[in-house]
Write a protein of this length. Structure first.
Ligand SMILES: Cc1cc2nc3c(=O)[nH]c(=O)nc-3n(C[C@H](O)[C@H](O)[C@H](O)COP(=O)(O)OP(=O)(O)OC[C@H]3O[C@@H](n4cnc5c(N)ncnc54)[C@H](O)[C@@H]3O)c2cc1C
Length: 415
């Protein structure tokens, strides 16, 4: 029987970062996953460490935008009709949280955590010898119309208030930065402080290797075997049972599978998303991720090729993939950049674990001694993994947390 102080369940970017931060503070930690580190949602994202992000993704603000989604004409969103009744309460809460005043409130609440995103990745990647995966070239949001650019005024205003660096550009200036982009857009904003990752899987693996170098133990096992035994938490692993006084659940979109049966029901939904790698034609290339804001997809240069990522799909996490958004966005992407043929036969699908208030849960679990939760990072999990690792490790070891953890408490759903 192996025994450690803390078991971390889930070796995505969030769980792995927590494991490293606890190990650095002298805690004996075991990291348990059913697969390899970083092979879940953390594998397939756009790779943007979004320290600059101000407003969370929001419910459509106009009737016409909502109608486009409803009619399945919106490139940025898709849904399964049969899933809507299930997700309806979450969507109503999401719509309420998308009121302009609530978005500003969320931007302010999330800022202390978001402001650490880049610095914590820089620190961890330096320790892990993984700096080579980080690109300090910012990211570029493109706007095809004057109207869509003008709609960003509030965000730019708040960026100025928060001191977040950005450079609004006309189409020509943006193409000076990215000469392979075709002139189909009129405006751009270069968020210069953002960092992007050339291989998110390799980055999480490097953080996991750093954890091992600190003496951390990694196991394969099914987290759902968690139970209490002899006054401890116990998980069954491929190497036998593992005991600990504390357990951190960082299973991303799979977290409800474990905590639901323990009586913890928090209102998580998933926004499914897809990626597909393409070759670039000829000498075309990108130095940083690009958002085509009017069409709701990103292009990100990755070691595997140009990764096209889609927006949100509201569907059951385990329902079969329906990558119809590619039919809508690929023609638009080809207008913008010389995409060649697809590298894989079909797209990858992942599920962003999302709370309607666009904040993760990073806290003690309600009513379960020694159980901690770190999940629900939605669109920002890659960005916030290491900052979450630091915050939770500080809370668990009794250190002064670098920011107020109250907004991330599970209790906010119990009122
Ligand atoms: C298309 C797309 C684009 C995105 N782009 C960005 C971006 O540019 N920037 C950004 O910050 N975020 C982005 N995200 C979001 C980000 O990828 C996620 O928020 C983040 O990866 C969540 O990390 P996690 O560690 O919580 O979950 P995961 O990476 O899913 O990790 C959970 C782990 O739990 C394990 N697990 C599950 N069930 C069990 C079980 N029963 N037993 C044992 N192990 C189990 C899984 O194997 C997995 O390794 C994007 C997401 C998508 C889908």
């Amino acid at each position: 029987m192996a025994r450690v102080d803390t078991i971390v369940l889930g070796a995505g970017i969030v769980g792995t970062s927590i494991a490293v931060h606890l190990a650095k503070r002298g805690v004996a930690v075991a990291l348990v996953d059913r697969g390899g580190a970083g092979e879940g949602t953390s594998y397939g994202n756009t790779g943007i460490i979004e320290g600059n992000t101000i407003f969370p993704a929001a419910f459509p603000s106009s009737f016409s935008a909502l109608l486009r989604v409803a009619l399945k004409r919106a490139p940025e969103a898709n849904y399964h009709l049969t899933f809507l009744p299930k997700v309806a309460p979450w969507l109503l809460a999401f719509r309420a949280a998308s009121q302009p005043s609530r978005l500003v409130e969320t931007a302010q609440i999330i800022r202390p955590l978001m402001a650490r995103a880049v610095a914590e990745h820089e620190a961890l990647s330096a320790e892990a010898g993984a700096e080579k995966y980080l690109r300090h070239t910012g990211w570029l949001k493109l706007y095809r119309s004057d109207q869509s650019f003008k709609a960003q005024a509030r965000e730019l205003e708040l960026a100025a208030r928060f001191g977040i660096a950005n450079v609004p550009l006309d189409g020509e200036a943006a193409r000076a930065l990215e000469p392979s982009l075709k002139p189909v857009f009129r405006h751009a904003v270069h968020w210069t402080g953002a960092v992007s990752v050339s291989n998110p899987l390799a980055l999480t693996r490097a953080y996991a290797a750093c954890f091992s170098a600190l003496g951390g133990l990694s196991f394969n096992g099914d987290a759902r075997s968690l139970h209490r035994a002899d006054g401890h938490w116990r998980v069954d692993t491929a190497s036998g049972p593992l005991d600990a006084g504390d357990v951190v659940v960082a299973l991303g979109p799979w977290t409800p599978d474990l905590i639901g049966p323990l009586g913890i029901k928090l209102p998580l939904a998933v926004k499914r998303g897809y990626h597909w790698h393409f070759r670039a034609q000829g000498n075309a290339g990108l130095s940083r991720p690009i958002l085509d804001a009017d069409n709701g997809y990103c292009l990100a240069p990755m070691e595997q090729g140009i990764r096209l990522t889609t927006g949100a799909e509201f569907a059951a996490r385990d329902a079969r993939p329906t990558p119809v958004q590619f039919d809508r966005v690929l023609p638009k992407a080809r207008e913008l950049f010389a995409l060649g043929e697809a590298i894989e036969p079909k797209p990858w699908m992942g599920s962003r674990p999302c709370f309607a208030d666009s904040r993760p849960v990073i806290s003690r679990a309600p009513n379960q001694r020694g159980l901690w939760l770190a999940y629900g990072h939605g669109h920002w999990g890659l960005s916030l993994g290491p900052a979450t690792g630091r915050l939770l490790a500080e809370i668990m070891t009794g250190a002064t947390p670098f920011c107020d953890p109250a907004p991330y408490g599970a209790e906010r759903f119990m009122k």
